[in-house]
Design a protein around this ligand. Structure first.
Ligand SMILES: Nc1ncnc2c1ncn2[C@@H]1O[C@H](COP(=O)(O)OP(=O)(O)O)[C@@H](O)[C@H]1O
Ligand SMILES: [Mg+2]
Length: 253
């Protein structure tokens, strides 16, 4: 008998078709407003040390990371800030589909290049959203963990962040793989996406522990209210519910 009810629904929809950009399609909707609240709350957390580099992650795959990351990136760009979105989920990249740009070259091209100096500006693409640029994942590599934890990745973030107001990363989930352990300590903050009715309590707790061990600055969490209403949750404006909570880590003790 398992202690926690498992209701896992892994979907490959965003890999095939991209994430739903409600903030582009329905910018005045309640959900878009909730994404703006998430953005505002994250900015508030950086009063003393502005949050310039930020990643969204989750315990497992298919919990809404990409959907949340992409929509938050859109509303951030809408606020007039120069935003770079980096698709660092090298196992399940989706952002090129979401923003309909080529993924022939991208992050993995930069990370695997043997050139000491590289002009990365032509790897970065402007999206149809004003102020929002994107670095897609690039070809899927055999060794994502090694690449994301490499010094080259750290150097890339360090060199790129001054060209933007904020750099937002879509990173792999915490529990299954060790892709992001070194990476999360190099960025200003991490936000956990929690899928209501799917993310297990124990998994969430373990994710927080692992993030802490990796010296991540956990900014809070986004409750992604998928699934509570069954399939109807997939319609816009119904079943979506993004909330933002501070200090998950305190509650988890
Ligand atoms: N709030 C939501 N309401 C309805 N469907 C959602 C919501 N958030 C995510 N989804 C769907 O759940 C699936 C997984 O989302 P995705 O953003 O790709 O997760 P991840 O990046 O964590 O793997 C996709 O099919 C996506 O459309
Ligand atoms: Mg994803």
């Amino acid at each position: 008998m398992s202690l926690f009810k498992k209701k896992s629904t892994v979907s490959n929809e965003t890999i095939k078709y991209g994430a739903k950009l409600i903030t582009v399609k329905e910018p005045k909707s309640v959900i878009s407003e909730q994404f703006r609240t998430i953005r505002t709350n994250i900015s508030f957390m950086g009063i003393d040390h502005p949050i310039k580099t930020l990643a969204f992650t989750s315990a497992n795959i298919s919990e809404g990371k990409s959907t949340v990351t992409d929509n938050v990136a859109v509303v951030w760009a809408n606020s007039g800030k120069r935003v770079l979105l980096i698709d660092a989920d090298l196992r399940r990249p989706t952002s090129h589909q979401t923003f309909n740009v080529s993924n022939q070259e991208g992050l993995t091209t930069i990370l695997t290049s043997e050139a000491a100096e590289m002009d990365i500006t032509n790897m970065i693409k402007q999206t149809s959203v004003e102020n929002l640029s994107i670095l897609t994942a690039g070809p899927i590599p055999p060794n994502p963990s090694e690449l994301l934890n490499s010094r080259r990745m750290q150097a890339l973030i360090a060199s790129i962040k001054d060209s933007y107001d904020v750099v937002i990363l879509d990173v792999p989930p915490i529990l299954a793989v060790s892709d992001t352990q070194a990476l999360v300590s190099q960025i200003d903050g991490v936000v956990l996406v929690v899928k209501m009715g799917q993310t297990e309590k124990a998994g969430l707790k373990r994710s927080v522990e692992l993030l802490k061990l990796a010296h991540a600055n956990i900014l809070g969490y986004v409750m992604n209210d998928v699934g509570r209403n069954g399939d109807s949750a997939y319609g816009y404006g119904y079943g979506y519910g993004y909330g933002y909570g501070y200090g998950y880590s305190d509650k988890s003790k």
